[in-house]
Write a protein that binds this ligand. Structure first.
Ligand code: MN
Length: 207
């Protein structure tokens, strides 16, 4: 049942404590391009979360080193639980003691196109995910062009790698994560969000 797609997500969180969305039933936005979002998540181990809209939920991978514009960089991507579509706009600080405690910003967002092919035929996202190879084209605020996710191991320790495809959006000289640390939604950094949550607001000059 599709309704159960968010069961794991909900079971992992206490919505009386976290400001993350609990999410309704998976929503299908027919006729629109599917969305993608990359969160920067300053939890115990800082990482990026790549999320692709598929069948009304956000399929998710935690990418410890984040995306790269260099096709030679193979970035580990570990699948995590499906998130509700509403999560695409989520920014905030998950309180201490809660799952994923720490600041989350929308590092990039936009739409994507599935361009996965197998023997000349376009696979659906569902088929591509099962097959272990997803090719997609991003139209984001920061990231553009082709990327590929490829599964390298299955089972409990399932792992994928995220790689930039070779196209005109390749940039060997720019560390996009360093150059663009800001939220694509609000312009804030995870450090600023963390300070705000501590009650300090923006740091003021000393009196
Ligand atoms: Mn995360």
């Amino acid at each position: 049942m599709k309704q159960d797609q968010l069961k794991t997500y909900r079971e992992m969180r206490d919505f009386n404590r976290t400001t993350e969305p609990s999410g309704g039933a998976p929503k299908r936005e027919r006729g629109k391009n599917p969305r993608f979002v990359i969160h920067k998540h300053s939890s115990k181990n800082q990482h990026y979360d790549l999320r692709l809209e598929v069948d009304g939920v956000l399929k998710s991978w935690a990418v410890p080193k984040g995306p790269s514009l260099n096709p030679r960089d193979k970035r580990l991507a570990m699948p995590t639980e499906d998130h509700p579509l509403e999560y695409a706009e989520f920014e905030g600080v998950i309180p201490p003691g809660e799952y994923g405690a720490g600041a989350v910003i929308v590092w990039d967002f936009g739409t994507y196109a599935n361009i996965t092919r197998k023997v000349g035929k376009i696979l659906s996202m569902d088929e591509a995910q099962k097959d272990g190879h997803i090719s997609f084209q991003l139209q984001g605020e920061k990231l553009r062009g082709g990327f590929a996710l490829t599964r390298t191991s299955t089972g409990k320790d399932e792992r994928w790698i995220l790689v930039k495809k070779n196209d005109q959006e390749v940039d060997l000289d720019t560390d996009i994560l360093r150059v663009e640390p800001y939220s694509a939604l609000t312009g804030r950094t995870v450090e600023e969000l963390t300070r705000e949550a501590r009650g300090g607001g923006r740091r003021r000059p000393q009196e």
